[in-house]
Design a binder for this molecule. Structure first.
Ligand SMILES: [Zn+2]
Length: 350
């Protein structure tokens, strides 16, 4: 490569990434396009609730919520749900009674009705759990216990309870309600915080496990996401719902390696924010809810070529907003550029 080309490439890279920084800091006055989604399709939203799980699944007018994140993320969760213009839920599933899964549910039940509330039969005596039981009582909801093999309709989609099949676990996590969802030819698997024992049982159960999208077990923890289980699931995409800088060390590097070895591409809510998997019944597309994060994702992965392509595409789309504004915004915000981007610049110039 000639020296000129080398520097030209750097300039282009910097311009594109400068644009990312600009978009990231210019904030909400830019109308970002909604991710592609049709009325007839299915969407699974891995809502960013920090350390915890909250998944919204929508097919047409049918909606399902799997877990409600921790209490601390309750306002974000409610804002996200009201942004989706949801009236009521066909199903709410509380995978297991840990705070990072049920903490936000009492607030959700304060605002939304659920036709069917599926929750783990295992109880605990925490205040969070009692608040959830109170909310269930107030709403007069009938609780359905998970029965392996039971199948439910969600609009044109269908889901099956695939776990837990046992009833005597040491860990509360292992009582997690596990759900496999099918829409057309596409499939999704959500196993809450189930660890190695229920994973083994699911493999033994002979129920179909293969899924295009897998929500990594237990926030990408080491004691979940076991090799044989991942072989059975054989996902193309794995989403890890995890909080940045959490005290559990989630996700675990070994678990990440096992998931990648199983052939899946990994998406993390701590890096991308809310992640949406959409299906037209034939193929699945996984992307960040915000295109800014989609770019950020490529940067974090070090996929410079893809990031450049994506950045260029967005630059062209948004050029209408005025390139002068862009540069002005970039220079006035340069000192606020996040660590990742700064490290990237340093890499270029070293
Ligand atoms: Zn958890």
């Amino acid at each position: 490569m000639s020296k000129f080309k080398f520097y030209l490439r750097r300039i282009i890279i910097i311009a594109v990434f400068g644009f990312i920084a600009y978009i990231a800091f210019r904030g909400s006055d830019i109308q970002l396009p909604e991710p592609a989604e049709t009325k007839s399709g299915l969407s699974v939203h891995f809502i960013d609730v920090g350390q915890g799980d909250a998944l919204l699944i929508s097919q047409g007018d049918a909606h399902m919520l799997i877990d409600g994140g921790p209490e601390t993320a309750r306002d974000d969760l409610l804002a996200y749900l009201s942004g989706r213009k949801i009236q009521d839920f066909d199903y709410i599933v509380a995978t297991h009674p840990h705070e990072d899964h049920i903490g936000g549910l009492p607030s959700v039940l304060g605002r939304y009705d659920a036709e069917e509330f599926i929750m783990s039969g295992e109880t605990t005596n925490t205040r969070t759990y009692e608040l959830l039981l109170d909310a269930i009582d107030r709403q007069g909801l009938r609780v359905t216990l998970p029965k392996v093999g039971a199948t439910y309709r969600l609009g044109e989609a269908e889901f099956t309870i695939v776990g837990p099949s046992g009833g005597d676990y040491q860990e509360l996590n292992d009582y997690s309600v596990c759900v496999r969802l099918e829409y057309g030819d596409t499939s999704f698997l959500f196993t809450g915080d189930a660890e190695s024992i229920p994973e083994r049982e699911m493999v033994k159960s002979q129920l179909p496990l293969h899924s295009d999208v897998f929500k990594a077990g237990h926030h990408g923890g080491a004691t979940s996401n076991t090799e044989d289980f991942l072989k059975g699931v054989s996902p193309d995409h794995a989403v890890i719902s995890v909080g940045e800088g959490n005290s559990y060390g989630h996700p675990n590097p070994e678990a990440i390696r096992r998931i990648e070895d199983a052939g899946a591409r990994i998406y993390r809510t701590d890096q991308m924010g809310t992640i949406i998997a959409s299906s037209d019944g034939k193929t699945v597309r996984v992307q960040a809810a915000s295109p800014v994060s989609a770019l950020g994702e490529e940067i974090l992965r070090g996929n410079w070529q893809e990031a450049l392509n994506q950045g260029w595409e967005d630059l062209t789309t948004w050029a209408g907003n005025g390139l002068e504004d862009f540069w002005a915004g970039l220079w006035s915000n340069i000192e606020k550029i996040p660590g990742e981007f700064q490290r990237f610049l340093e890499n270029i110039f070293q």
